[in-house]
Design a protein around this ligand. Sequence first.
Ligand code: THU
Length: 129
Amino acid sequence: MTPEQLVQLALEARRRAYAPYSNYFVGAAVLADDGTIYPGCNVENAAYPSTICAERVALTSAVANGKRCFSAIAVATSNGGTPCGSCRQVMAELGLDMAVYIADEHGNFRTTTVRELLPEYFGPEHLPA
Ligand code: THU
């Protein structure tokens, strides 16, 4: 699975986004270490805070399917917007060294990592034993 292919899967997932309130359509695709891929899209709600982001849909779906180790996630928006703070925190929990491909609607993307996106993250080591 190349970064370009993962970005294409995020773009495909983006077409299924349910975003009638913001009209900001987001798709994601996460690559587990075993090569399996889980898509996600944002799913909005009339009760706005009940909205869930594409990245967290993809990651929670992967976890629900028994995956714990991830090597990359692609996120696609109209304009190459970066993952929100909540999604960065969830990504940090599941894979600090995951590659993150941030794509626009044309498939142009840049590459970063979760660690770069969320330095000084709050992690399990901060919880008292
Ligand atoms: N959104 C995502 O899906 N991922 C992000 O990382 C940023 C924001 C969604 C949430 C909402 O449906 C829309 O984009 C506008 O905030």
